[in-house]
Design a protein around this ligand. Structure first.
Ligand code: GLN
Length: 208
């Protein structure tokens, strides 16, 4: 764990792991997949990818990662969740299966498949606080949104008003609380590394 080149893991149980590893590789960090509890000891921060939160939650249990990962998050390890990853980091998820495990650490309530009710996927240009140089093109795929957030959660982005936005207009889709970052969309799919760089800055900040 060197301060010069932080080691950032990507939880590699299911989902778009490869895309996150490639995005991180552009950010001057050592990026590596995390599959076993031992892998957690070697990372300075962790990305939880998009995918299927129910499946990832079940595999966290099967691979004995649930408690060790909760422990590292409770110690303040930086984490970034995109889409399914956001759902897993939330303290509470609505419209989730009752046996879905929450890792917690992010004091928000998310609604699963919130966009999926109207359209399976949705795209919008968002201003994201902390991301310089203009809006981020955000791709939402059966995405959650943040239904409510505690006072100390920073809202980084909301869906702008537009004719296609429907019920999603004004919804919170990017948040930060301490060293935990989450987006309902997938910057790993658009080749825009700015959200990953924001996370890497959080990891560097945490390393001091
Ligand atoms: N709908 C998925 C879930 O509930 C998330 C979709 C995604 O990560 N693209 O886990």
């Amino acid at each position: 764990m060197s301060a010069a080149a932080p080691v950032v893991g990507v939880l590699a149980l299911q989902g778009d792991v490869r895309e996150h590893l490639l995005a991180l590789a552009e950010c001057d960090v050592v990026a590596r997949p995390v599959r076993r509890p031992e892998d957690l000891a070697e990372i300075d921060g962790l990305v939880l990818p998009g995918g299927e939160s129910t499946t990832i939650s079940r595999l966290l249990h099967v691979f004995d990662l649930l408690e060790p990962l909760r422990a590292r998050l409770a110690e303040g390890m930086p984490a970034y969740g995109s889409c399914a990853g956001m759902i897993l980091l939330a303290d509470r998820a609505l419209d989730a299966r009752p046996d879905q495990h929450q890792l917690g650490g992010l004091d928000v309530v998310v609604r699963r498949n919130a966009f999926g009710r109207q359209v399976d996927s949705f795209e919008a240009d968002l201003d994201v606080a902390g991301v310089p140089d203009g809006p981020v093109h955000a791709v939402f795929i059966r995405a959650p949104w943040v239904e409510s957030a505690a006072d100390d959660v920073e809202v980084l982005a909301r869906v702008p008003e537009s004719p296609d936005a429907g019920d999603a207009a004004g919804r919170i889709v990017a948040v930060r609380q301490g060293h935990v970052l989450a987006t309902a969309f997938h910057p790993e799919l658009t080749g825009d590394g700015r959200v990953h760089r924001l996370f890497v800055n959080i990891v560097r900040e945490a390393l001091g």
